[in-house]
Design a protein around this ligand. Structure first.
Ligand SMILES: NC(=O)c1ccc[n+]([C@@H]2O[C@H](COP(=O)([O-])OP(=O)(O)OC[C@H]3O[C@@H](n4cnc5c(N)ncnc54)[C@H](O)[C@@H]3O)[C@@H](O)[C@H]2O)c1
Length: 253
């Protein structure tokens, strides 16, 4: 127990890599974790914005890579881990929607491939890059941001829904492989949180998604950052291979 039970999740002293930290959910999560005492490495393909976020955080550190650039990602993470200090957690918030608002037969296969490359393959490579380090230390938390679209499917978002469903399956398999190592691997499935990603979609697509939320509102950045902070904290020790719900009641399983 912390001395102040209302202080929130305790992540003080934790070293946490947040990928996709330049904007939206990643940025909000990086800010909350840092406010709670974590040393946050802010990674993104958008180097200037990631650097600005890192500079605004106590102990923040910027890192630039694109999660589809396999060798570069592995090199950057190997360098980061090369100082011998433990990395306690990885939060992966990097993601793209690809084309939305169109039926499957109109989607270019190249668009489908690109979405899968970022949302699924990128998450796989990221996990591979940190797992040997975490298992060696006998502790770790990996949290990938999936989506309610991966559980239920969103019409007009076939590439995105498929990539997030694949991500959930990947996490469930990986979690079992590492269950005895001290490393937990989970996902979180938000419905709609207003970020630049959502703002880039058509009003019709956003209406479709929000109309399915029983709470009749979008989630907030604070709400998702709090949920992620708990899921990657030392307190969350007995949960792995799970999809945390953040859907205002839309998820039924
Ligand atoms: N906002 C929502 O309603 C919502 C709902 C469900 C799931 N999600 C998921 O949450 C995650 C974050 O979404 P967001 O709304 O904050 O989006 P966002 O666009 O605001 O932020 C995403 C960040 O990821 C970075 N990024 C994208 N592709 C990258 C790549 N290849 N390599 C490195 N960095 C990359 C971007 O530069 C950006 O900083 C995504 O995985 C998204 O699919 C979002």
């Amino acid at each position: 127990m912390t001395s102040n039970p209302y202080a929130g999740v305790d992540v003080s002293g934790q070293r946490i890599l947040v990928v996709g930290a330049a904007a939206g959910i990643g940025r909000a999560t990086a800010e909350l974790l840092a406010a709670r005492g974590a040393r946050v490495i802010c990674a993104d393909r958008d180097a200037p914005r990631a650097a600005a976020v890192a500079a605004s955080l106590p102990g923040g550190q910027p890192l630039e890579f694109d999660i589809t650039d396999d060798p570069r990602l592995r090199d950057e993470i190997a360098t980061l881990l090369g100082d011998g200090r433990p990395l306690h957690a990885l939060v992966n918030c990097a993601g793209v929607t690809g084309v939305t608002g169109a039926p499957s037969h109109e989607i270019d296969v190249k668009d489908f491939d690109r979405v899968v490359e970022v949302n699924l393959r990128g998450a796989f490579v990221l996990s591979q890059a940190v797992l040997p380090h975490m298992t060696r230390h006998g502790y770790g938390r990996i949290l990938h941001v999936a989506s309610i679209a991966g559980k239920e499917g969103n019409a007009g978002m076939v590439s995105y829904s498929a990539s997030k469903a694949g991500l959930i399956g990947m996490v469930k398999a990986m979690a079992k492989e590492y269950a005895e190592t001290g490393v937990t691997i989970n996902t979180i499935a938000p419905a709609v949180i207003r970020t630049q990603m959502v703002d880039a979609m058509s009003a019709g697509q956003v209406d479709y998604m929000t109309s399915r939320i029983p709470m009749r509102r979008c989630g907030t950045l604070d709400e998702i950052a709090e949920a992620i902070a708990w899921a990657v904290s030392p307190a969350a020790g007995f949960t792995t291979g799970f999809v945390y719900d953040l859907s205002g009641g839309r998820a039924v399983y």
